[in-house]
Design a protein around this ligand. Structure first.
Ligand code: F6R
Length: 610
């Protein structure tokens, strides 16, 4: 995820900015840059890739000054390259801005600005620089121009801005993307999106709230709302150490990433879902809208966790868009003789965008003339570059090796793809509206499930010492059984199998004894009664059962040893909620078994070999 740092004070800004960027490296990024003011002169340097590239470039460029901003970028709009790296500037290179977040109406703003501005990058951020330029007329202060410019913006941002027209000042604002002001001493301040960049300099901080804008000068700081109302805020003392700060106070990245899932859904639907019209505006889909209209079957290719998201996607597409859809795992698809043609759409799904088996499958599909679409997290990755079009997941960097937030991000995009495909076909306005409305509500329902963490930790204590588990579900939650089993295997080394609940009686049931426990994902949906029968089959053989079911269904307490309740939602969206207790359960079991949760043995984050 992008990182922001800004400094104003008595010392040279450059080393402090670079130190801040270094400390935020753990968040993941693909380019970095700084802008430093000395009087009315602004120097800037930005480079694709690791910070070492920026440092090398700075060896041949003298940059001095006591006011500056720095950024690490995790690409969301446009390739990770030197041009798209932040800071971005206006036409006259008088205003420099760094930005975290996504500007939803950037296409619209860009089209307007293009008429009298020169836009040179593919980013959404650049439009902000030009919007500020328009507002910065004679006598207008930087903070006033920023405030005015932001009134045209729809989306999420954390920004920091400097200008040679109003030097000795940093203006920063937040809406949906965090910012913290650190008070180092008199006339000396540091601002950052992440406290890790601040802690080495000071522990006295002011957290900016949503819709606040701060103006920092050597004389002090002033915080207002975007509506220009002055705000008085308490100074807080940070009591985390650096390692804790990286994980924002969580013990592990895995837990942090599980907790970020509501935000992933927000980011994925932001600017794409129009609930009142029951439509999904996926740029990559609209680009090829006519080709997708002609598609009469779909193959989805993915590996591991991404393939389970794909299975959910396939069920959604068949049920709501009526397009026959199958899922193939990359390592198999590439060696089969796939029956593909120009009426087969191929969707490839990958967090990293670099999984070798998925890339090879994509290339095979392209050789057969199929229309390809990528659902990818890492911007500018190989898959993102090679597909005909696609949709980014917008989950931010996933640092823990086991995938959690990218998974829900993929399912989220599949819901959007389902609406897009469905509305091209038979899906009614009312159905489109219903899915869109329910999807919009998912983040707050996820918050309710995440609040069950303590209860789930208690349940984990009862089971962590057992060595075998079955995870079972049906229809939309059959893939959740596979995902739940994979998660616990990966991070806790407890042996687990995912099963379609109805298939279990055809053999595997022989294994049930008191050394096993079974996890049933059984929300009150169209297959609930069937699931219940399968639960009874296990209980009748002395098997212990943990059930995930819908809130209010207390009847389940008569059938299962432990029950975890999730809120009600549309059946096709239940996986977005039901997966969370399984992620948390795996996490707590792994913790009790003293495992290396973020870096499990034998695993790599991205599998770039066959
Ligand atoms: C499981 C996990 C893996 C990946 C798989 C595909 O937690 O992380 O199963 O899902 O290796 O990776 P991507 O999505 O990067 O293609």
């Amino acid at each position: 995820m992008c990182g922001i740092v800004g400094y104003i004070g008595k010392n040279e800004a450059k080393p402090i900015l670079l130190d801040g960027l270094k400390r935020m490296e753990y968040r993941g990024y693909d380019s970095a840059g700084i802008a430093v003011l000395e009087g009315t002169n602004i120097s800037t340097c930005k480079k694709e890739g690791k910070l070492s590239n920026l440092l090398s470039a700075l060896e041949s460029q003298e940059i001095t000054g006591r006011v500056g901003i720095g950024h690490t970028r995790w690409a969301t709009h446009g390739q990770p390259n030197d041009i798209n790296a932040h800071p971005h500037s206006d036409c006259r290179d008088e205003i420099f801005i760094i930005h975290n977040g996504i500007i939803e109406n950037f296409h619209e703003l860009r089209e307007k600005l293009k008429k009298h501005h020169e836009l040179t990058t593919e980013t959404d951020t650049e439009v902000l620089a030009h919007l500020i330029e328009d507002e910065m007329t004679e006598g207008v202060l930087l903070e006033q121009a920023v405030q005015q410019a932001l009134s045209h913006v729809v989306g999420a941002y954390g920004i920091a801005v400097v200008s040679s027209k109003d030097p000795e000042k940093i203006v920063a604002a937040r809406l949906g993307s965090p910012l913290v002001l650190g008070i180092i001493g008199e006339g000396e301040f540091i601002i950052a999106s992440d406290p890790t960049a601040i802690i080495p300099y000071t522990r006295e901080v002011v957290y900016l709230d949503e819709g606040e804008i701060v103006t920092v000068t050597p004389k002090g700081y002033d915080i207002r709302t975007l509506e220009n109302i002055t705000v008085t805020k308490d100074v807080t003392k940070i009591d985390w150490d650096v390692a804790q700060a990286e994980k924002q106070g969580y013990d592990h990245f895995l837990l942090k990433e599980i907790m970020e899932q509501p935000e992933v859904i927000h980011n994925g639907i932001r600017g794409r879902l129009i609930p009142e019209e029951g439509v999904a505006h996926l740029g990559g889909f609209l680009q090829k809208e006519e080709e997708w209209r002609k598609i009469d079957r779909i193959t989805i290719v993915a590996c591991g966790t991404a393939s389970f998201a794909a299975k959910i996607g396939a069920t959604m597409i068949e049920e709501y868009a009526g397009v026959p859809t199958r899922v193939e795992i990359g390592s198999e698809f590439r060696y089969k003789k796939p029956v593909l043609d120009d009426r087969t759409g191929v969707i490839v799904v990958s967090q990293s965008g670099e999984t070798a088996d998925t890339i090879a499958s994509l290339r095979e599909a392209k050789r057969h003339g199929s229309l390809t679409f990528g659902i990818v997290n890492v911007v500018g990755s190989t898959i993102a570059r090679e597909v005909d079009s696609g949709a980014y997941i917008h989950a931010g960097p996933e640092i823990s090796v086991a995938s959690t937030k990218a998974f829900v991000g993929m399912v989220n995009i599949f819901a959007l793809v389902t609406i897009a495909l469905g509305r091209q076909r038979e899906m009614s306005l009312v159905t489109g509206q219903r899915i869109a409305k329910e999807l919009t509500d998912i983040p707050k329902l996820m918050d309710q499930v995440l609040a069950l963490d303590k209860q789930i930790a208690k349940i984990a204590k009862k089971y962590y010492a057992l060595d075998h588990a079955f995870y079972m579900g049906r229809k939309y939650n059959e893939p959740i059984a596979y995902e739940g089993a994979l998660k616990i295997k990966e991070i806790s080394y407890l042996h687990a199998e995912g099963y379609a609940a109805g298939e279990f009686k055809h053999g595997a049931i022989a294994l049930i004894d008191d050394r096993f426990f079974s996890v049933f994902i059984a929300p009150q949906d169209s297959v609930y009664e069937k699931n219940l029968s399968n639960i009874q089959e296990v209980r009748a053989r002395g098997g212990k059962v943990i059930a995930v079911t819908t809130e209010g269904n207390t009847d389940m307490e008569n059938f299962a040893d432990d029950v975890i309740y999730i809120p009600k939602t549309l059946e096709m969206l239940t996986p977005l909620l039901s997966v969370i207790p399984l992620q948390l359960f795996a996490y707590h079991v792994a913790k009790l078994r003293d495992c290396d949760i973020d870096q499990p043995r034998n695993l790599a984050k991205s599998v770039t070999v066959e």
